[in-house]
Design a protein around this ligand. Structure first.
Ligand code: ADP
Length: 578
C-alpha cells in the first residue's frame, strides 16, 4: 500500500503552498497524519506478525505430534503470542482505518474533495485576501445552510454537481476566475460560481449582496469584470427643477439623509421664482499624453509645431479619424524639462468621451513619428488631462462641459420657503464659500456641497462617479439685486464630465433615470445635445442644492433637519438628548 506524508500546511496567501487537486483527494490516507516513518513501521509489524504466527504454528504442530498439553506455554511461546496480538492490533487499526476511510470517500466523494482542497490552501486564483481574522477562522463547509434548511431549498442554494466541479477548479487555480463568463457562456451562472468560490476562500457569505435580479450580460466587457452581485442604492426624486423653461424630475442615488429633501426645497424655491437659466460655455474632453526628447530644445520644437495654427487642420484630420463624433478643438502644450505634456481637447458628441479622445490622441502620436522620429512616448496620459484628480488645469481651462446656471430668487420665496433673508445669504456666501474656501486653499471648491448633488445624479444616471472630483468644481455666487430685495444666485462649473451613451449609461436602471430626464442615449438630430442638456440639469440641481443648504446654514436649521432625516424616529430622542 502506498503511504504518503502530507507536507506541512503553509500560511494563507503563500504562493508556494502545495496544490492538492480534487482528483488527488482519494490518494490521501488517514496514515498521512502519523508522524512516524510509516513505511518502516508497517514492514516491522508485518514481519513480526508473520514470524510470530509461523513460530506458534510450528510449536502447535510439534505439541500435537508429541501429544503434549497445548495450554502449557514456554516463555518463548508467551513472547511470540504477545508479539502476534500486538502486531495484529497494529495492522487491523492501520489498514482498517484506510478501509473505512475509502468507503466513506466513495459515499461522499465531493464533500471529501472540498475539505481536502480547502485544508491544503492552494494558491488563490482570484485576488489574494490579506491574512485577516477571516482567513484564520476554520474554512467554511461547502454549504453552511445544510443544517438549517430543507433538502428542497439546498438544491437552490448550493451549486449543482457540474458547477461544484467548476467552483473546485476556480479554487485550485485550474480555471482563472476571469474566464468564467466566456467558458460557461452564461454570465449569471459565472457570477454565481465566482461568488461561491469567493465565499469558500474568504469564509464570508456576502449574504446581503444580491445576486439575482441583474442583467450580467449587459456589463460584460464594458462596465465591471468578475462580478459577484450588485450593490443596491435608493434613488430619490427631487423637483421639478424648472430650467430654461422646462421641468425636470431629478433622480438622485444616495444614502445621505436630507440630501434629496434639501435639493427638492431648492428646486421649489427656483420654480416659485420663475425658474433657472443655463449656458454651456465650452464642451471639450481632454487627454494629455507625455512625450520626451533628448533635449528641452527638441521638446520646445514639438510644442511650437503642435500649437502652430498652420498645422492644426492636418492634426485635426488625423485626430478625428478616431470617431465620427470626435472633433479636435485645440492643443495646449506645457514643458517640464525635456518632457512635453500635450493637452488635446475635443468634442465627443453625447459620449463622456474618454475612449474617443484617447483613440484620437493615439492617432496623432503615431502620425508625429514621421516628423519627430526621436520622440519617446512615455504615456498616453501624463496627468495634464487631468482625469479624476483635483487639478488647477480643469478648474481654469475646463474639462467636459463648462456650465453656468443662474436664477433670481424672489424675496418672499427666500423668506417663506428658505426661511432666511437675502442679506443673510449674501453675507454667508461671501464669508463661507468665497473667503472660507480661500482660507482653506480650495481648488474649485468655492461652494457649499456641489459634489453631493453631482455624485448622486452621476450614480443614478450611469456616469463615472470617480469623475465627481473635477465635475464638482464649482463657484457659487450670491448677490442682492432689484434694489437689494431679491437674490441672484449662480453656480459656475467648468468641468462637468457626462455622457448619455457609453459606459454605465446603457444599464437598465441608469438608462431609466436618463429617460426620466429626457436625455437617454444619443441625440440623433444634434449629437452632443443630450449630454450638454444633462450637464445643465446637473448644474441646475447644484443651484437648488446650494440654495437650500446655504439657507439652512443661514437660519441655523441644519442640525435640526439632519436630526430629522438622518436618524430613524426611534433615535431622535436619543440624538436630541446627546
Ligand atoms: P466614452 O468615450 O465616453 O467611454 P465611448 O467612446 O466608449 O464612450 O462610446 C461612445 C460610442 O457611442 C462610440 O462608439 C460612438 O460611435 C457611439 N455613439 C453613438 N451615438 C453617439 C453620439 N450621439 N455621441 C457620441 N457617441 C455616439
Amino acid at each position: 500500500m502506498g503511504v504518503r506524508h502530507r507536507l506541512p500546511p503553509k500560511a494563507a496567501g503563500d504562493g508556494d503552498a502545495p496544490r492538492v487537486h480534487a482528483s488527488d483527494a482519494s490518494a490521501i490516507q488517514a496514515s498521512d497524519a502519523l508522524p512516524l516513518p510509516i513505511r518502516h513501521t508497517n514492514i516491522f509489524f508485518s514481519v513480526l506478525f508473520m514470524a510470530a504466527l509461523y513460530f506458534l504454528m510450528c510449536r502447535w504442530r510439534e505439541k500435537v505430534r508429541a501429544s503434549s498439553p497445548l495450554h502449557l506455554l514456554t516463555l518463548s511461546e508467551i513472547l511470540a503470542f504477545v508479539c502476534l496480538v500486538a502486531s495484529l492490533i497494529y495492522l487491523i487499526s492501520f489498514f482498517g482505518i484506510s478501509y473505512v476511510q475509502s468507503s466513506i470517500l466513495s459515499h461522499d466523494d465531493i464533500e471529501e474533495k472540498v475539505n481536502v482542497v480547502e485544508s491544503s490552501q492552494p494558491p488563490l486564483p482570484l485576488h489574494r485576501f490579506p491574512p485577516t481574522a477571516a482567513m484564520s477562522i476554520p474554512p467554511p463547509s461547502p454549504c453552511p445552510l445544510l443544517a438549517e434548511i430543507s433538502d428542497a431549498k439546498i438544491l437552490s442554494v448550493c451549486p449543482n454537481d457540474e458547477d461544484e466541479n467548476i467552483v473546485q477548479s476556480v479554487l485550485s487555480g485550474e480555471i482563472p476566475s476571469y474566464i468564467l463568463e466566456s467558458k460557461l457562456g452564461d454570465c449569471r451562472r459565472a457570477a454565481g460560481v465566482r461568488r461561491e468560490a469567493v465565499r469558500r476562500m474568504t469564509g464570508r457569505a456576502m449574504e446581503g449582496l444580491p445576486l439575482d435580479g441583474f442583467d450580467y450580460q449587459s456589463i460584460l466587457g464594458q462596465c465591471c469584470e468578475m462580478p459577484v452581485g450588485f450593490v443596491t442604492l435608493p434613488v430619490g426624486i427631487a423637483g421639478p427643477l424648472v430650467l430654461d423653461g422646462l421641468s425636470y424630475y431629478l433622480p438622485m442615488a444616495t444614502t445621505e439623509g436630507c440630501l434629496v429633501a434639501s435639493t427638492n426645497r431648492g428646486c421649489k424655491a427656483i420654480a416659485l421664482s420663475g425658474g433657472a437659466q443655463s449656458v454651456v460655455l465650452r464642451d471639450a474632453m481632454s487627454r494629455a499624453p507625455v512625450v520626451r526628447f533628448a533635449t528641452a530644445q527638441r521638446a520646445a520644437h514639438l510644442k511650437s509645431f503642435l500649437e502652430d495654427s498652420v498645422n492644426f487642420d492636418t492634426l485635426a484630420t488625423v485626430f478625428n479619424r478616431s470617431s465620427r463624433f470626435a472633433r479636435l478643438q485645440g492643443i495646449h502644450c506645457t514643458l517640464a524639462g525635456r518632457n512635453v505634456y500635450v493637452r488635446f481637447s475635443c468634442s465627443t458628441g453625447d459620449a463622456m468621451g474618454m475612449n474617443m479622445v484617447s483613440k484620437g490622441v493615439q492617432n496623432v502620436l503615431d502620425y508625429l513619428h514621421s516628423d519627430f522620429p526621436d520622440i519617446d512616448i512615455i504615456s498616453i496620459s501624463g496627468n495634464f488631462c487631468s482625469d479624476k484628480k483635483p487639478a488647477a488645469v480643469n478648474w481654469i481651462e475646463g474639462r467636459g462641459k463648462s456650465v453656468v446656471c443662474e436664477a433670481t430668487i424672489k424675496e418672499e420665496v427666500v423668506l417663506k420657503i428658505l426661511k432666511t433673508t437675502v442679506p443673510a445669504l449674501v453675507e454667508l456666501n461671501t464669508i463661507k464659500n468665497l473667503a472660507g474656501s480661500a482660507v482653506a486653499g480650495a481648488l474649485g471648491g468655492f461652494n457649499a456641497h456641489a459634489s453631493n448633488i453631482v455624485t448622486a445624479i452621476y450614480i443614478a444616471t450611469g456616469q463615472d462617479p470617480a469623475q465627481n472630483v473635477e465635475s464638482s468644481h464649482c463657484i457659487t455666487m450670491m448677490e442682492a439685486v432689484n434694489g437689494g430685495k431679491d437674490l441672484h444666485i449662480s453656480v459656475t462649473m467648468p468641468s462637468i464630465e457626462v455622457g448619455t451613451v457609453g459606459g454605465g449609461t446603457q444599464l437598465a436602471a441608469q438608462a431609466a433615470c436618463l429617460d426620466l430626464l429626457g436625455v437617454k442615449g444619443p441625440n440623433l438630430e444634434s449629437p452632443g445635445a443630450n449630454s450638454r442638456r444633462l450637464a445643465t440639469i446637473i448644474a441646475g440641481a447644484v443651484l437648488g442644492g446650494e440654495l437650500s443648504l446655504m439657507s439652512a446654514l443661514a437660519s441655523g436649521q441644519l442640525v435640526n433637519s439632519h436630526m430629522k432625516y438622518n436618524r430613524s424616529s426611534r433615535d431622535i430622542p436619543k440624538a436630541a438628548a446627546a
